[in-house]
Design a protein around this ligand. Structure first.
Ligand SMILES: Nc1nc2c(ncn2[C@@H]2O[C@H](COP(=O)(O)OP(=O)(O)O)[C@@H](O)[C@H]2O)c(=O)[nH]1
Ligand SMILES: [Mg+2]
Length: 240
């Protein structure tokens, strides 16, 4: 197939997010599709659906259908229906909550039992350690998660739905892998995160290379914790 034919070919991929309640599955889907984040927690009942169009390498028209599966589905009767024909399954846990890692292992057992039994083509599987903006509160050691993934031969990514770190680029890369193509340089630039954070918030600044832009809000308050910083309650920084 030449490049022009690839351009015109529409591709559809089914992506399923699974993992413990509160791990951040919905937040990842919302960040990826709408570039938004909220601290409010609304548990997902059953499954939620998201859709996003992407250009991936030679395929300029790829639609990702994202199934955001509620944590309770692990013990429900619908799990095999939710997983049906998935191309990519993302197992999410919260790096600050070790019980979410234990639950992720339970998800792995339940999901692989279904995919091995009923899938003709194995889906691509990835483990995501979410909330990596709270590095200082990490309770799941990197050695543990990396060893687990390596032993199973599974791809591993850290992510933050809050800052956007790794969300778009990882999902785009994984989708490209499913399609057997590579992202172009332009695709990579497009999906590169512009990490945003609020001053005085819980983002681990040691992981941030440089601050490229500061956009103070108009309304100003004294910042007692950081007297040397501009008088601003929630200055937004764009970081990369
Ligand atoms: N700090 C931080 N909080 C997050 C992140 N992702 C999700 N949360 C918060 O964790 C809670 C649960 O998120 P949600 O996406 O609803 O989890 P789900 O049950 O797995 O869908 C919410 O209060 C989110 O604001 C993240 O990357 N960093
Ligand atoms: Mg949810």
């Amino acid at each position: 197939m030449n490049e022009t034919e690839d351009d015109l070919t529409e591709k559809r991929l089914k992506v399923v997010l699974v993992g413990d309640s509160g791990a951040g599955k919905t937040s990842i889907a919302v960040k990826f599709c709408y570039d938004e984040f909220t601290r409010q927690y609304t548990p997902t009942a059953g499954v939620d659906f998201f859709m996003k169009n992407l250009s991936l390498g030679p395929f300029k028209n790829v639609t990702l259908h994202i199934w955001d599966v509620g944590g309770l589905a692990l013990r429900g009767a619908m799990l095999d229906k939710y997983l049906y024909a998935a191309d990519l399954i993302i197992f999410v846990y919260d790096v600050t909550n070790s019980s979410s890692f234990d639950v992720m292992e339970e998800w792995m057992t339940a999901v692989t039992a279904i995919t091995e039994r009923t899938f003709r083509k194995s889906p691509l599987i990835v483990i995501v350690g979410n909330k990596c903006d709270m590095e200082h509160q990490r309770t799941v050691k990197r050695e543990r998660s990396h060893r687990y993934a390596a032993e199973k031969g599974i791809i591993y990514h850290d992510m933050s739905a809050r800052t956007g770190e790794s969300v778009s680029l990882s999902i785009a890369n994984l989708s490209a892998k499913v399609l057997g193509v590579q992202l172009t340089r332009m695709d990579q630039e497009f999906h590169k995160p512009i990490v945003t954070a609020e001053i005085g918030d819980t983002v681990d600044v040691t992981t941030i290379k440089k601050i490229v832009k500061r956009q103070p809000h108009r309304k100003s308050y004294p910042n007692n914790n950081y007297p040397t910083l501009p008088l601003s309650k929630s200055s937004v920084c764009s970081l990369q």
